[in-house]
Write a protein that binds this ligand. Structure first.
Ligand code: ZN
Length: 144
């Protein structure tokens, strides 16, 4: 891995922990590389780095309330697979596969969506999306 990528991963994890959040995709910090960082541990000491992640398998269904650093103040219930198998490279360039479930599975799917330019609210109904857009517009008006 290049020093630039190493630095990017460090910056991304700092941004994620500071937010605080449990996951961050490179696209959220305007870097168009296929990299996500995730730490769903309560002690914030279990950083997982996924480079070029690919979802190999999805199973089951689960509904979870999700929020996103890119859509501040919005929390909505999203239905996703509750078990996933992902292949990616780690920070040493080694390919690995993991099977994840529960919160980690949700977070992986949420962050991979970001790499494809998709935000979690796009999983919601059009009516809900319209309401969220109106709310975000209002927030922006109030903070600028
Ligand atoms: Zn997000």
């Amino acid at each position: 891995m290049t020093p630039a990528t190493r630095k990017l991963i460090q910056d991304m994890s700092e941004t994620m922990y500071a937010a605080p959040g449990i996951g961050l995709a490179a696209t959220q910090v305007d870097v168009h590389e296929q990299i996500i960082v995730i730490d769903v541990s309560e002690t914030h000491d279990d950083l997982k780095v996924f480079i070029n992640p690919v979802l190999l398998q999805k199973a089951g269904e689960e509904e979870n309330e999700e929020g996103c650093l890119s859509v501040p103040g919005i929390y909505e219930t999203v239905r996703r697979a509750d078990r996933v198998t992902v292949q990616a490279q780690n920070e040493n360039g080694e390919t690995f596969q993991i099977e994840a479930e529960g919160l980690l599975a949700v977070c992986i799917q949420h962050e991979i969506d970001h790499l494809h330019g998709k935000v979690f609210v796009e999983h919601l109904s059009h009516l809900k999306q319209t309401r969220i857009r109106a709310k975000l517009k209002k927030q922006r008006r109030e903070t600028l």
